[in-house]
Design a protein around this ligand. Structure first.
Ligand SMILES: [Zn+2]
Length: 262
């Protein structure tokens, strides 16, 4: 019951954010969505649903279930220290965000992982729906990694649930195709990844693709030297290898990592 309640709260927050961002995209488009919204939504929602379904079968409960297990078995770093709860939650978030930053870099470095992640980058538009466009195998690998972190940390399941919600919310936000007032965006970027910062990551110039990896905190890119402040020229979104309209079909996207013609 509790799990069901939690899932419906998370889903309601994400659907609410989706609608707010969709309205903002409609009113203040930054101009990076090049194909009709309806087709994109259907394709990307279908793709994430396939991933969610496989996850539900393979890793039921995901990282939250793993955290519950760690809690009952008293394993993981946080079970050896008694910290004020607020610190445990804050540290869980910061460590998780750093780990996701590192995982994202790994997906760019290792050729097999890049083939999976390229499905996300092959989008020739960028809008909030790009934030859920991930190949199901990438979704599964990413969840396995999060399970290891959850167990290693021994973080409270609620802290993991909050982090998962922030991760998904930030993915919708930083892919969203809306304009923000310049001064506000520059100030916000000192703390979190903003749409103009993440858009550079979707440039087809490899040096820009391999930068701005952060999900929530912008600090990791600045700290590890992967930060790009502004694109070197006008942004061309996508990957030069996959620019045919055909490449954007769902069946093709699902097969893309396994194709022989890379
Ligand atoms: Zn990427």
């Amino acid at each position: 019951m509790f799990d069901q309640e939690r899932s419906s709260i998370v889903l309601s927050v994400l659907v609410g954010l989706w609608l707010i961002f969709a309205i903002a995209e409609w009113l203040f488009s930054a101009g990076y969505r090049k194909s009709p919204r309806t087709g994109r939504w259907i394709r990307h929602i279908s793709m994430i649903s396939v991933g969610a379904l496989i996850l539900a079968v393979m890793i039921p409960g995901g990282a939250i279930a793993a955290a519950l297990w760690a809690q009952t078995e008293s394993v993981g770093v946080f079970n050896f220290f008694t910290l004020p709860l607020v610190w445990t939650y804050l540290l869980t978030w910061i460590i998780y965000d750093l780990m996701i930053y590192l995982q994202h870099r790994a997906f760019h470095v290792f050729p097999m992982l890049w083939r999976l992640h390229a499905v996300h980058h092959s989008d020739t538009s960028i809008d909030l729906s790009t934030g859920i466009r991930f190949h199901p195998v990438e979704i599964v690998l990413s969840m396995l990694f999060k399970v290891f972190i959850a167990v290693g940390l021994g973080a409270p399941p609620e802290a993991i649930a909050i982090y998962e919600l922030i991760l998904s919310s930030m993915a919708l936000f930083n892919h969203a195709d809306f304009r923000l007032p310049d001064g506000f965006e520059r100030a916000l970027r000192w703390l979190v990844v903003t749409p103009p910062m993440h858009r550079i990551h979707h440039s087809d110039r490899r040096v820009e693709t391999d930068s701005n990896y952060g999900n929530a905190l912008s600090a990791w890119d600045r700290l590890f030297g992967t930060y790009t402040d502004r694109p070197m020229a006008e942004l061309n979104i996508g990957l030069s290898r996959w620019r045919e309209a055909e490449d954007q079909r769902l069946s093709r996207l699902l097969r893309m990592p396994f194709r022989k013609d890379w």
